[in-house]
Ligand binder design. Structure first.
Ligand SMILES: NC(=O)c1ccc[n+]([C@@H]2O[C@H](COP(=O)([O-])OP(=O)(O)OC[C@H]3O[C@@H](n4cnc5c(N)ncnc54)[C@H](O)[C@@H]3O)[C@@H](O)[C@H]2O)c1
Ligand SMILES: O=C(O)C(=O)C[C@@H](O)[C@H](O)[C@H](O)COP(=O)(O)O
Ligand SMILES: [Zn+2]
Length: 367
């Protein structure tokens, strides 16, 4: 078992990473202040892991809250199901909410914790690769709005993140690949040597090699914890974690959520951000191509959806949390391993990037 720390002063918390932690009640008990626990999960994860977690939580009363599964349910109606269940069970403000699931469960359970009785404690127990390397760490919680992704939410930090790597054994391969998009993101934005390591180990990751997966999770969490520790509420540097997301969120919103997975949309979005970085003369085409082939080898889409026009992108990209006074800001790369957040680009370069024939680009690459 390894433990990292998210260093946020009085809101600091540990990230425990290890095998079979789900059954180790002591890791949870340490972070549970009262006698009441509510476990928020969904109908796919509950039959796999809920009983094991309930059995491990000796000495507290447990209220399971089982939500419908899917990105399309990350909304007000589903959030309200959590409040209904908390109130029906008469859980008080000493309750600890445990989010048992992927990023959808984690974002909603965290937001519910931020709101219920003006804030109760919560623990992240992420069960997808994406949630283990990204969404469980850093305190971004919230829900989608039909007009924009994650538009309603709060920064609200958990008491702890407990990552049981064995839960990945049941994860569908498509979901594993989606998680790899965010892993590759860390290499692109802040850790070029990690990118090289991923190029060597991508096949082992896709084959669920336990040691290699654990190392990828550890390095990803360390990168995220460092950025979050430097800028908890995204007033500056934290926005680099959004590489590819302005394009990717446009894809997810355009599709009405849940058609492409978040990681898939981010993968295509990162290719677009890298293409734009090339067009600005910052990144050599060979570096873009290196990233594109790694994403493709990870089983991810590297071209945007064929039916989305540049106007579609521009309309959705105008609704982005990085827009200030109507000015779009994007995360681009100065070089592999170094991202910048900038509004300093000619509009024509963005428009040209959106009009690129990505299939032709891919064909040239032979990826
Ligand atoms: N808060 C953040 O910082 C942050 C960061 C990245 C992504 N996100 C959000 O996270 C969400 C995506 O998260 P995700 O990729 O985990 O998707 P998800 O939560 O939808 O989970 C993916 C699928 O895998 C299933 N599943 C989960 N664990 C499983 C397991 N161990 N075995 C079998 N099936 C399992 C889920 O039921 C679901 O069907 C998006 O809403 C995205 O916006 C948030
Ligand atoms: O933690 C962050 O900060 C991130 O940007 C991580 C992203 O991977 C994640 O998808 C996040 O939810 C996007 O944030 P948003 O503020 O653009 O909704
Ligand atoms: Zn993301």
């Amino acid at each position: 078992m390894q433990t990292l720390e998210v260093d946020l002063g009085e809101r600091s918390y540990p990230i425990h990473i290890g095998d079979q932690l789900l059954s180790r009640g002591e890791f949870f008990r340490e972070h549970i202040g009262g006698k009441q626990v509510a476990i928020v999960t969904n109908e796919t994860i509950a039959p796999l892991y809920l009983d094991r977690l309930v059995d491990a939580l000796v000495g507290v009363t447990v209220t399971p809250i089982v939500l419908p599964d899917g990105e399309a349910y990350k909304n007000w109606q589903t959030l309200n199901l959590i409040f209904d269940a908390l109130l029906t069970a008469r859980l008080d403000r000493k309750v600890t909410i445990i989010a048992l699931g992927g990023g959808v469960v984690g974002d909603m359970a965290g937001f519910a914790a931020a709101c219920y009785q003006r804030g109760v404690e919560f623990i992240q127990m992420p069960t997808t690769l994406l949630s283990q390397v990204d969404s469980s760490v850093g305190g971004k919680t919230g829900i989608n709005h039909p007009l924009g992704k994650n538009m309603i939410g709060a920064f609200y930090q958990p008491q702890a993140v407990i990552i049981d790597t064995s839960t990945l054994s049941t994860l569908p391969p498509r979901e594993l690949s989606a998680g790899l998009a965010e892993v590759i993101k860390y290499g692109l934005i802040c850790d070029e040597p990690f990118l090289g390591w991923l190029e060597e180990h991508v096949q082992a990751l896709r084959s669920l090699d336990a040691a290699v997966l654990t190392e990828a999770i550890r390095r990803s969490c360390a990168a995220k914890a460092k950025v979050v520790g430097a800028d908890e509420r995204e007033s500056g540097i934290r926005a680099i974690l959004n590489l590819g997301h302005t394009f990717g969120h446009a894809i997810e919103t355009h599709q009405g959520y849940g058609v492409w997975l978040h990681g898939e949309a981010v993968s295509a979005g990162m290719v677009m951000a890298l293409e734009m970085s090339c067009r600005l003369g910052w990144l050599p085409a060979s570096d873009r191509d290196r990233a594109v082939s790694l994403l493709a080898r990870a089983g991810l889409p590297v071209t945007p959806p064929a039916d989305m026009t540049s106007e579609d992108f521009l309309r959705h990209m105008a609704v982005d949390k990085k827009v200030i006074n109507g000015q779009l800001r994007l995360v681009l790369l100065k070089r592999l391993g170094e991202a910048v957040v900038t509004a300093d680009f000619p509009r024509e370069v963005l428009e040209a990037t959106l009009r690129v024939d990505y299939d032709a680009l891919l064909a040239q690459l032979g990826a």
